[in-house]
Design a protein around this ligand. Structure first.
Ligand code: BGC
Length: 721
């Protein structure tokens, strides 16, 4: 259809039909079973008529080609104008082939593989009948108490923006109309959902305009610049107004300033929640506020269908607002080619072949092995096949390694760690026991653990948080490992054997009682469908770990938020004045995180050569070239992530101590040396000034190159204007 035909269609629609397009219902309304969908919010009784259900614009959480085809065909019979439905779902890190959680993908620093994971997720989802995924989530995160940090790629606006683009490209491709293997992406949660106070789920967000623009907004903008079709509102407040009814955020910023003309959808129940927030007296006012803000689709509550018709008829809401919203929805349907091809990619036969195929699983394995971060290693890793290994811990045999938001990932398809290790080496060298549950340990479990450990050469502990301990609704105030697992470490430590900990979890943890007690720590996150094999490859040295943290690990929970791109303060702590009480510091812990942003070890060593600047001064016409050499001085091939940071020494407003501006992943054979070059342009030195204008300052800058945000070499240069 062309635009004119869409307008003609709109003109044919009754007011009720238009408003039904603006409603999204969970799948159980169409297939009669809640089990078919993923329920992520309260199920309120919606008080809507069957007629509305027949005309509804979109459904949430239905997967499987046969079911989608059946629901779409029934809908087309019932809908007077035959407007096809949109099928949307949370395909967050894979459809059935589950990839590592997004935080782990963030640690891969691998844009190509991230894009590949989205291409595969889209392909599996599209053949199963879906049109839209509620991804990527690009919320910047600084508080690991929040369970949804697992869904983010981390704490850095630049890295998050790159991933935002990769995911959107992967999901959508170049042309949604002709390429039925892709799905439309919905960037979320707009805006700043990651900044909830104290990391408590759904909590208040109160940020300055500067913080918002500098840190939180760039990744959403990057997704939109990549052509992302939809935006989802966040549950939280922004400048005192809940995002879902926030006109300044949605109309002035998103639509006018950024020019977004795609579909804006509320989060689950976020329209009715304007009442609980205390900005709407009732559902009618909630509908009024959301539609004024420009929310096109109301997810899972019925304020729009119940109250918008009367609000329009009484003249309180201009019908042009409704027309605008419906046109955007129809336009999305049209872009997806649904008017010509309402079943689009849905194909039960192809689904059988494509979903969870070997090729997809191989990519998941590769991405998992690139996402694991080696946090500590005194030399115990890699293991040797002839070593007798005691594999102990609640994750030794667990299939709970997919992580939250792996809706269609099936545990029966999962190989647990013990099986993966037994497959790799002679199984007579592996002795396995649980040792403890996630949060409880019996005397027998402990004795059995001590028994098998005492007959082994090395102990591998598979520990962590179960998947419900992170994800949505998974905030925790204490982010240490549960006491039973700490006890397990303490008991086994009495044997004085080399100990390796493999961690399965969805957030940076407070690792007291872990990293200080053992010889090696491998952060495996929730690694997805092929995670156990990927971890085994690393444990036995077939893969050299190359993951680098995209979110800092705190020394202790009380240090949170701790992130690398912070300001200096007026009284920074100085190494030269360790006894100065009146410095910005804690009395009991260092200021630095335990493991900083960008950190991760390898089985080999990388040596950085001298850092050479093309000049000591740069201008907007003469960017700066920074060159260094990296040598693999070890005995194994390995990948280094060479990172470049910048600091504006004197700004009009305070500037971060370091900002990631570029990085390069370099594969080096043992003994190999490569030159790595970066260009720093004037544009990269811009920031929001006091009046929020976005420009750069002439003056002195520091540039840092190194293997993480802490271990860097520094040089200075000047920007001339
Ligand atoms: C989550 C969203 C998700 C939606 C639909 C909400 O509770 O916040 O991220 O897309 O549910 O499942």
């Amino acid at each position: 259809m062309d635009n004119k035909q869409l307008t003609v269609l709109l003109e044919k629609m009754t007011l009720e039909e238009k408003i039904a397009q603006m409603l999204q219902l969970v799948v159980s309304y169409f297939v009669g079973s809640e089990e078919d969908g993923q329920i992520t919010g309260p199920m309120e009784s919606l008080g809507i008529s069957e007629e509305t259900v027949d005309q509804v614009g979109s459904a949430l959480g239905l997967g499987g080609a046969a079911k989608v085809i059946q629901v779409q065909q029934t809908h087309l019979k019932n809908d007077r104008l035959g407007i096809p439905m949109l099928f949307m779902a949370d395909i967050i890190h894979g459809y059935k082939t589950i990839f590592p959680i997004p935080l782990a993908i963030g640690c891969s620093w691998d844009q190509e593989l991230a894009e590949q994971s989205a291409i595969i997720a889209a392909k599996e989802a599209a053949v199963s009948g879906l049109h839209v995924t509620f991804a990527p989530m690009v919320d910047l995160v600084r508080d690991p108490r929040w369970g949804r940090v697992m869904e983010s790629t981390g704490e850095d606006p630049y890295l998050n923006s790159l991933f935002a683009r990769s995911f959107v490209r992967g999901f959508q491709g170049d042309d949604l109309t002709s390429d039925v293997n892709r799905v439309a992406a919905c960037v979320k949660h707009f805006a700043a959902y990651g900044a909830g106070e104290a990391g408590r789920e759904y909590n208040t967000v109160d940020l300055s305009e500067r913080q918002l623009r500098e840190y939180y907004l760039p990744s959403y903008k990057a997704a939109l610049d990549e052509g992302c079709e939809l935006v989802m509102t966040s549950f939280n407040t922004v400048h005192g107004s809940p995002a879902t009814g926030n006109r300044a955020l949605m109309r002035d910023l998103l639509r006018t300033e950024w020019g977004f003309d795609g579909v804006l959808i509320s989060d689950w129940g976020a329209v009715i929640e304007l009442i609980a927030h205390g900005v709407a007296e009732d559902e009618e006012q909630a509908a009024y506020l959301a539609v004024q803000a420009g929310v096109d689709i109301e997810m899972m509550t019925s304020c729009y269908v119940k109250y918008l018709p009367e609000l329009v008829r009484s003249g309180k809401v201009d019908e042009s607002l409704i027309d605008e919203a419906v046109l955007r929805i129809l336009n999305l349907k049209n872009k997806l080619g649904l008017f010509e091809n309402p079943l689009r990619g849905a194909d039960p036969l192809a689904e059988e072949e494509i979903v969870f195929c070997d090729e997809h699983r191989a990519v998941s394995r590769e991405l998992a092995s690139k996402s694991c971060v080696l946090l500590k290693n005194t030399g115990v890793l890699p293991l040797q096949p002839e070593q007798r290994v005691a594999l102990i811990g609640p994750f030794a045999q667990s299939k709970d390694i997919l992580g939250p938001w792996s809706w269609l990932g099936a545990e029966e398809d999962i190989m647990p760690l013990d099986k993966a290790i037994q497959e790799k080496i002679t199984s007579s060298n592996v002795f396995v026991t649980e040792g403890s549950g996630i949060d409880a340990m019996t005397e027998e479990q402990m004795q059995e653990a001590l028994d098998i450990a005492s007959h082994s050469d090395v102990i591998v502990l598979a520990l962590g948080e179960s998947s419900p301990m992170s994800g949505e609704g998974g905030s925790r105030s204490d982010i240490t490992l549960p006491e039973a697992q700490l006890q397990l470490i303490a008991h086994l430590q009495t044997l004085n054997k080399p100990m390796v900990v493999v961690l399965f979890n969805g957030r940076p943890l407070d690792l007291r009682g872990v990293h200080d007690q053992v010889d090696a720590v491998l952060e495996a996150w929730f690694p997805g469908s092929e995670g156990a094999s990927a971890i085994t490859d690393i444990l036995y040295g077939d893969v050299n770990p190359s993951g680098r943290l995209s979110m800092s690990f705190p020394q202790a929970v009380g240090q949170i938020p701790v992130y690398y791109n912070h300001y200096n303060t007026g009284r920074p702590k100085k190494e030269s004045e360790p006894d100065n009480r009146y410095a910005s510091q804690f009395l009991d812990i260092p200021n630095e995180p335990l493991f900083p942003f960008g950190y991760g070890l390898s089985y080999t060593e990388f040596k950085y050569g001298e850092m050479v600047l093309s000049a000591e001064e740069m201008t907007s016409d003469r960017p700066l070239q920074i060159t260094t050499t990296i040598t693999n001085t070890g005995y194994k091939a390995g990948e280094e992530v060479v990172q470049l940071y910048v600091r504006d020494i004197t700004g009009e407003v305070v500037r971060p101590m370091k900002e990631l501006k570029a990085y390069s992943k370099v594969l080096l054979q043992a003994g190999e040396c490569k030159e790595v070059s970066f260009t720093v342009t004037e544009e990269q030195l811009r920031y929001h000034h006091y009046d929020l204008s976005y420009t750069s300052d002439a003056g002195e800058f520091a540039v840092f190159v190194g293997s993480n945000s802490r271990d860097v070499v520094e040089r200075r240069f000047r920007l001339l204007k």
